[in-house]
Every structure is written in C-alpha cells, then in structure tokens.
Design a protein around this ligand. Structure first.
Ligand code: NAD
Length: 316
C-alpha cells in the first residue's frame, strides 16, 4: 500500500468495512466480495433474545446473539434473487461483526461505507465512532439516498472530512451501474479522482457527480415521480397491477415497474427518502413530498416490501 505524507490517501483499497447489513449494506458487501475485496460487515447488537435463543439458554452477551442480525443478513445473500454474489464462494470474503464489539477493526479498512437507516442522527453517531477508530487516510463514504453529506460530516476531524464523500449505490448494487458520487467542498481532489476511477474500473459503475442537494439527482426525481404516480393511481381508481403493467416489462422496462421497484427498495426506506426532501422544501412542494397515508398504514402493518415478505405484492 502506498501512502504519501500526513493526511495521505490510502492508495489502494485492499479491505473494506460496511456498516449496516440490511437490504443495501449486505449487497454492497457482496459486490465488493465479487471483485475480490475482503469486507467486514457490521450491524447493531440485538436488544432482545429470540424465543429460540431463550430456549437454548443463550444470554444477550453471547457472541451468537450479538452477531445475530448481521449473520442473518449475510446468510440471506445466498438466497436472494437476483443473486448478489457472482459465485457462492465469494461469501467467504465477507466477515461479520457488530459495531459495539468490533470498532477497533475499522482500522483494517481502507474504505468504510456507512449503510445504516436513513436518519441523520443515527448516521452522525456512526460517523463519530468511525472518526475515532478509523486509520488516518482511509476513505469514508455514506450510501445515503439523499441526506446532506456536509451535515453528516459536521463536527468531524479534518482528516475525516478530506476523505469523506457520498457514494450512492442503486438497488440491486451488483446489477445497477449507476453510482451517484457526492463530494463536499472539503473532500480532497485526490480522494474524488481515486474513488471515481476505483468505482468505474474496479466496481464496474457509471459514476455521475451530484450536488449535495436533498435527495441528490436520481431520488429527487424518482421520489417525485413515484408520489405523483401513487396520487394519480388513487384519484383515477387504477390498480397497482395496472400501473405496473404500463410502467414495466410491457413497455420494454423489465425491471422498472413502479410498485415492484418500491417493494424492492422498502416502503420504510422510501418514506425516509421522501422525507429528506419534505423537510427541506416549502409551500406546494411540501405537499408533494408529504408521506401518503397509504404508505404509513403499510409500515404500521409491517408491510415493508420484499424484505418483510409483504409490500404492494406478497413475496412468493
Ligand atoms: P435497511 O433497513 O434494510 O438496513 C439498515 C441496517 O442498518 C439494518 O440492518 C439495521 O440494523 C442497521 N443499523 C441501524 N442502525 C445502525 C447502527 N447504529 N449501527 C450499525 N447498523 C445499524 O436499509 P437499507 O435499505 O439497506 O438502506 C440503508 C441506507 O442505504 C439508507 O441510507 C438508504 O436510504 C440507502 N439506500 C437504500 C436503497 C434501497 O433501495 N433500499 C437504495 C440506495 C440507498
């Protein structure tokens, strides 16, 4: 690994850490493993025991319990369709841990990617720990769908800020080429250039630079389109199936039917993402980005989309 001077950039990403092992985090880890990069995948420690754990006499401090969430998400990678892993053996490159016990291991990573829930305070508390435990020169990025990158870096060290940017992958990360890259005024040119080349040449992405505006480019347009579609569907008395028929495979867009896509994204995540804009606009625009009652009710029922088995569609 080649390093240059103080605050130097790690010139080679040999190892990565992904924080948050849900829909996106586990799949980003899988994509890194697909290109041969060993990756440490971390999540939170569960607060309660499952019935099975209780029966087995396990306690909350048992390592099996502490890594349960991340282990479960890692295993899901072998069952998911379309497959996030190019070869089943690639899963061996993904090690698991939890953010409470394995903070010290963040030093091993040349690139740390934050992929936790879409909430500024949660992300900021993760970055506070990352700043404390990362090695100088390592790159840090957020996979946020649209929270301000600058706001996430507030209060962080100079070295952190120089190496920090948004790297917004699209779902599913192995298959969608688009990656929005969102540097801040503090991100060093070295980091920006290195990450653009790395994401294009090694990860096979098509990088589009975006300004640090609410929801960047794709989700500003995407959430707007989806909320208007939902409103028109209800007003016009159309069904989910009818809307998906005219926005999906029948018009030559095999993967983009509106509500099937929303199920893949996750209804809860979509609400957070639309809310990013809602909180930062006024007047008429605020009405557009307000969470529709239907989506709130779905989340109250636990209908979160493909990840919970039920969304607009029942998962078979
Ligand atoms: P998810 O709800 O599936 O997963 C979030 C994971 O983060 C969970 O496993 C949760 O336990 C973990 N987590 C929560 N707080 C944590 C903490 N403090 N430390 C460590 N782990 C923690 O969410 P997701 O869909 O994977 O989204 C994650 C991020 O990626 C969000 O910022 C989201 O906006 C963004 N994103 C999502 C999609 C999508 O299609 N779902 C696409 C692009 C970007």
């Amino acid at each position: 690994m080649c390093r240059r001077g103080k605050n130097a950039l790690v010139k080679q990403i040999n190892k990565a850490a992904v924080i948050g092992s849900g829909v996106m985090g586990s799949s980003i880890a899988a994509h890194l493993a697909n290109v041969g990069i060993p990756t440490l995948l971390l999540d939170i420690v569960p607060k309660e025991l499952t019935e099975e754990e209780r029966t087995k006499g396990l306690t909350l401090d048992h390592p099996i319990v502490r890594n349960r969430i991340v282990e479960m998400n890692r295993k899901k990678l072998l069952k998911q369709k379309p497959a996030p892993l190019m070869a089943k053996e690639n899963i061996e490159l993904i090690e698991t841990g939890n953010l409470a016990d394995d903070l010290d291991r963040l030093k091993e990573a040349d690139w740390i990617i934050e992929v936790v829930v879409e909430n500024l305070n949660v992300k900021k508390s993760v970055f506070e720990k990352v700043d404390q435990y990362r090695k100088e020169g390592s790159i840090v990025s957020s996979n946020t769908s649209g929270i301000s990158i600058r706001a996430m870096a507030e209060g962080r060290s100079t070295d952190f800020k120089k190496h920090f940017l948004g790297t917004h992958f699209f779902n599913p990360p192995r298959y969608l080429k688009l990656l929005e890259m969102i540097p801040t005024k503090d991100t060093s040119e070295d980091v920006i250039n290195y990450m653009k080349n790395f994401c294009e040449d090694v990860l096979g992405k098509g990088v589009v630079f975006a300004k640090d505006t609410p929801n960047f480019i794709a989700n500003r347009i995407g959430t707007y389109g989806l909320l208007i579609t939902l409103e028109e569907m209800v007003k016009g008395g159309y069904s989910v199936g009818e809307v998906d028929s005219v926005t999906g495979p029948l018009i030559g867009r095999p993967k983009s039917a509106t509500f099937r896509t929303l199920d893949v994204v996750g209804i809860d995540t979509f609400i957070h993402v639309a809310n990013n804009v809602y909180e930062q606009v006024d007047g008429e625009e605020k009405k557009i980005f307000a969470t529709p009652k239907l989506l709130k009710e779905m989340v109250d029922r636990g209908w979160l989309g493909a990840k919970s088995g039920q969304g607009f569609y029942l998962k078979k």
